[in-house]
Design a protein around this ligand. Structure first.
Ligand code: NAD
Length: 278
C-alpha cells in the first residue's frame, strides 16, 4: 500500500499546464512537477519570463519536457491555440494550474489614495486577471478534460478570499470569486461530465514576491513595512512562505492521492488564519 502511495507522486507521461508560470510561485510548481517526471507547459504572457523559466527547469533533474508558450489568459482564442499546441506536443492535458494572477498599486488604497478614488480600470484589471483569468483557461482545458472524462484543475486563490485584507478590495473580492468558482466547477464537472475530473484550489498566505513587495517592504530600505510587521506578528510560524512551501499541497491535489477530494481550498499560511491574535 505504501509503495502505491509513493508511486502516485510519479508524474511521468503526464502533461501539466501552468499559467503564470513565468512568475515566482507558478514557476516553482512547474519545476517541482518536472522533477516528478511531468511534461510541463509554462504559459505566460511574458514570453521572456516563460522561456527563462523553461530553460531553468531543463537544468534540473527530470525525465519530462518543458515547453514555454506565450499567451494571455484573458484571450480565449489565444488560450485555445496554446492548448492545441500542448496537445500536439504532449498528446493530452492531464492537469491545469491557474497561477496567473496578481494585484496592482492603482487598485489598492494607501495614504495618498482613498477607496473612493480607486481607479475603475485598475479594479477591472484585477477582477479580470484573477477571476476571468481562472475561468477562461478552465473552460478551454475543461472541455478537453470532459471529452477525456478525466483531469485535474488547481486554482490559486489566496487567504484574503476567506477574510478580506485591508487596502486590497479588488484583489480580495476577485480571489473570493476564484474560490467560489472552484467549488462551483468541482460540482459541475463531477455531476455533468465525470467524477474523475477534480477541481481544487490552494490559498497561499503571505509569500514575498513582486506583486506584493510594495505592500510588505519599504521601497528604500527593503525592511518590513508596518503592514509586513503586522503580518509577521499574526503568523504563528513567524515567517513569510517560500515558494517550496506550496509543493506538497500541489503534488497531492494533482495526483491520484487526492482521488476523492474535489471542491476544497487548502490554506498554506503558516497558521495565519488559525490565529486570533491573542
Ligand atoms: P508573479 O507576479 O511572480 O507571477 C504571476 C505571473 O503571471 C507573471 O509571470 C505574469 O507575467 C503572469 N501573468 C500576469 N497576467 C497574465 C495574463 N493575462 N496572462 C498570462 N500570464 C499572466 O506572482 P506570484 O506571486 O507567483 O503569484 C502567482 C499566483 O499566486 C497569483 O494568482 C497570485 O495572485 C497568487 N498568490 C500570491 C501570493 C503571494 O504572496 N505572492 C499569495 C496568495 C496568492
Amino acid at each position: 500500500m505504501s509503495t502505491d502511495i509513493c508511486k502516485m507522486y510519479d508524474f511521468t507521461g503526464k502533461s501539466i499546464v501552468i499559467t503564470g508560470a513565468g512568475g515566482v510561485l507558478g514557476g516553482e510548481m512547474a519545476r517541482t512537477l518536472y522533477e516528478c517526471g511531468a511534461n510541463v507547459t509554462i504559459l505566460d504572457y511574458n514570453l521572456t519570463a516563460a522561456q527563462n523559466m523553461a530553460d531553468q527547469i531543463r537544468q534540473t533533474p527530470g525525465t519530462g519536457k518543458s515547453l514555454a508558450i506565450q499567451a494571455n489568459v484573458l484571450q480565449p482564442e489565444v488560450v485555445k491555440a496554446a492548448m492545441d499546441q500542448v496537445i500536439t506536443e504532449f498528446g493530452q492535458i492531464d492537469g491545469l494550474i491557474n497561477a496567473a494572477g496578481g494585484n496592482k498599486p492603482d487598485a489598492s488604497t494607501s495614504a495618498e489614495k482613498s477607496f473612493f478614488d480607486l481607479s475603475v480600470d485598475a479594479m477591472r484589471w484585477v477582477f479580470d486577471l484573477n477571476l476571468l483569468g481562472t475561468i477562461i483557461p478552465s473552460q478551454i482545458v475543461g472541455r478537453h478534460m470532459a471529452e477525456r472524462k478525466q483531469g485535474v484543475i488547481l486554482n490559486v486563490s489566496s487567504m484574503n478570499a476567506y477574510r478580506p485584507l485591508t487596502r486590497i478590495p479588488a484583489y480580495s473580492a476577485a480571489k473570493a470569486g476564484a474560490s467560489n468558482f472552484t467549488q462551483w466547477l468541482a460540482v459541475h464537472m463531477a455531476q455533468e461530465y465525470s467524477p474523475k475530473i477534480r477541481v481544487n484550489a490552494i490559498a497561499p498566505g503571505f509569500f514575498l514576491t513582486e506583486q506584493n513587495r510594495f505592500l510588505l517592504t519599504a521601497e528604500e530600505t527593503g525592511e518590513l513595512s508596518a503592514r509586513g510587521k503586522r503580518i509577521m506578528d499574526h503568523t504563528p510560524m513567524g515567517r513569510f512562505g517560500t515558494p517550496e512551501d506550496l509543493n506538497g499541497a500541489v503534488l497531492w491535489l494533482l495526483s491520484p492521492a487526492s482521488a476523492f477530494v474535489t471542491g476544497i481550498i487548502v490554506p498554506i499560511d503558516g497558521g495565519f488564519s488559525a490565529y486570533s491574535g491573542v
